[in-house]
Ligand binder design. Structure first.
Ligand code: ZN
Length: 272
């Protein structure tokens, strides 16, 4: 009987401990899914991350749900992309006003921006800077655990260096360095690895029939038989062009949460 009682007491203590540890976690909100990986890799088990633009949604058009905005009131830090993505242009003021004590970290600080191209996270070299900004934010909020965050940051930066090397390697043999993409998300990637993207969508708009006709000519002359599209956007006009040139549409995801793995895959797909 005594043993059972002791067991129950120990159980209560342990649930209590894990409950308070869970409660002590730092709530961090981010805009897009790749940032979830960045914050988790640096913050480890000391953070809980909430994403504003959910899987399948586009940060160019998404509007947050009221329940998501309520989550913001619990966050200690918001890591914004900071490169002028529409979701943040439309909602950042509102988000900041919901939780005035929250630290807002600009992940783009220190990155050389390309005009009208917010997709900074698609270059691993930019991500190293984003990760540094996230780290600076975390140690401001939780300076006691600086050493823990520093170690995590080092580990992830090494992985990003390795990814960068691998992508350079995979793309080194690519003869035709023009890629046709539906949504022009790959500007930073192309700048880094000496490629050129030919976008089908221009300024967020689907192409006109004349536009499609000239894209077909361009594809035939320059970019080869594969058209790259993303799961967040309609693939219809990409398919029309692919059919005309006897090519095919291949999906690549600019917003996957498993960043390292996804980027490795994307580089291989481009190189094929
Ligand atoms: Zn985009």
């Amino acid at each position: 009987m005594k043993r059972i009682l002791l067991g129950i007491i120990l159980c209560l203590i342990f649930t209590g401990v894990s409950y308070t540890q869970e409660n002590k976690k730092i709530n961090v909100a981010v805009t897009i899914l790749p940032q979830v990986e960045f914050v988790k890799r640096v913050g480890g088990d000391r953070v809980r991350v909430t994403v504003m633009v959910p899987p399948g949604a586009s940060p160019h058009t998404y509007e947050p749900k009221p329940s998501q905005l309520r989550e913001i009131s619990k966050a200690k830090m918001y890591a914004k992309v900071g490169s002028g993505i529409e979701f943040e242009l439309a909602w950042m003021d509102k988000i900041a006003s919901i939780n005035k004590k929250m630290l807002i970290v600009d992940c783009s600080k220190g990155i050389k921006l390309i005009d009208n191209d917010p997709h900074i996270w698609l270059s691993p070299r930019n991500v190293k800077i984003m990760v540094e900004n996230i780290y600076q934010g975390l140690i401001k909020i939780d300076p006691v655990n600086k050493e823990y965050y520093r170690k995590n940051r080092e580990k992830y930066l090494k992985k990003l260096d390795k990814l960068d090397e691998e992508i350079t390697q995979v793309l080194s043999g690519m003869k035709n360095r023009k890629i046709m993409v539906y949504h022009p998300a790959w500007g930073y990637f192309c700048r880094e690895y000496n490629l050129k993207q030919i976008p089908i969508e221009r300024e967020g708009k689907k192409p006109t029939p004349q536009g499609i006709a000239s894209l077909i000519k361009e594809a035939e002359a320059k970019s080869g038989k594969i058209i790259f599209a993303s799961p967040q956007f309609s693939t219809k006009s990409a398919e029309v062009i692919a059919r005309e040139i006897g090519g095919k549409v291949v999906l690549i995801d600019p917003l996957a949460e498993n960043y390292l793995e996804n980027m490795r895959k994307v580089a291989k797909v481009f190189a094929r």
